[in-house]
Design a protein. Structure first.
Length: 353
């Protein structure tokens, strides 16, 4: 074993670079390409592209945020939300539940990034929400009570700087939906519905946060405001909607959709919908965008989607032993570093045949 010194340091988040888009996620939504194609048109989309360059940058960050969360939510599934360009393009050409999730999480990411930028003061067009919001109607976790029920009215005041989700929702709709507003084909209706479902995963899960004021932490007064959920929580909500996604068909009027079967409950605004069954994603299929699961690492002790039985599609797996290094026997040295030794450990890994 050899000593290793781990110094305390600040980690700087790397900016989003153009090369990231080359990896393939641009086929989900590349704001630069959207603006390039619409630079000679009129309307809100063209105005955003020409006059609100800061907003376009936040939209780009939002698409990245959505793609990253998609990869996290599907990391243990046969389809793992790959950013491989040809694969994602084929996926998005269809109307499967995977397509629905991608569209929902992308719209959520754009809304989230814009709203976060407003709160941080990064955009000239907006700031945090300074008005007193109206109590939202709803049931259970969707209802917001103002003031909080456990706080007497005379010991509570509105903080006046909530996350400006209204602005985020508005700009997300203007940028992502305006191109499709005059179309009513089933594919467009499904896309717009899933965009809205993604945004509602943020809007319907805003939380009241409060800060206490008073001597010695007595909390004689609370100042409260509204905050967005974490984006991981948004992703979890949409993954649950993905699991219960509803299959729909075009209605006779040509302007709406309805459940495929009369026995299926009509999907609500928060639900993800689709019109095509998904492939099994077990084998490489260039036509459907499936990359297969050959060579994917599985979990031999799991019974979930990452189990070797499910992930490998019952083809079996091979086990290999790898030698890895890890920090061990760490001690804190004044001041301010941690001194560790490097240990070598053996680990068995399983990969799909």
């Amino acid at each position: 074993m050899r000593p290793v010194v781990i110094a305390a340091c600040l980690l700087l988040l790397a900016p989003i670079t153009d090369s990231w888009w080359a990896s393939g996620s641009a086929v989900i939504l590349d704001p630069r390409m959207v603006c390039k194609k619409n630079r000679r048109t009129r309307g809100r989309l063209a105005q955003i592209c020409r006059n609100e360059t800061g907003l376009v940058k936040e939209i780009t960050r939002g698409v990245t945020l959505g793609a990253t969360e998609c990869a996290h939510q599907f990391r243990n599934r046969r389809w793992n939300c790959t950013t491989q360009r040809r694969s994602m393009r084929k996926i998005l050409m269809r109307d499967t539940r995977e397509t629905g999730f991608v569209n929902a999480i992308t719209a959520a990411g754009v809304t989230y990034a814009i709203t976060r930028a407003c709160t941080a003061g990064s955009l000239l067009e907006c700031s945090c929400e300074k008005g007193v919001p109206k109590p939202r109607r709803g049931r259970g976790s969707n209802a917001i009570t103002l003031p909080p029920t456990d706080v007497p009215t005379d010991r509570w005041q509105w903080g006046g700087c909530s996350d400006n989700v209204r602005f985020g929702l508005k700009k997300s709709r203007e940028f992502m939906d305006s191109r499709y507003r005059k179309r009513s084909d089933i594919k467009t209706l499904i896309k717009l519905h899933n965009h809205n479902a993604g945004r509602l995963a943020i809007k319907n899960n805003m939380k009241v946060e409060c800060k206490c004021h008073g001597l010695s932490g007595s909390c004689t007064l609370r100042t409260c405001w509204l905050r967005m959920p974490t984006f991981r929580q948004v992703g979890d909500k949409l993954r649950d909607r993905f699991e219960g996604a509803a299959k729909v068909i075009a209605s006779n009027d040509g302007d709406s959709f309805m459940p495929e079967s009369p026995s299926i409950k009509r999907p609500g605004k928060k639900d993800i919908i689709y019109s095509e069954e998904s492939p099994d994603f077990c084998s490489l299929n260039l036509k459907t965008g499936s990359l297969g699961t050959h060579g994917r690492q599985c979990n031999v002790s799991s019974v979930g989607t990452d189990s070797c039985d499910q992930l490998c599609c019952r083809r079996g797996y091979k086990q290999t032993t790898v030698k890895e290094t890890e920090n061990c026997n760490c001690q804190f040295k004044w001041c301010c570093e941690v001194i560790c030794e490097t240990c070598y450990v053996k680990r068995d890994i399983q990969t799909c045949l």
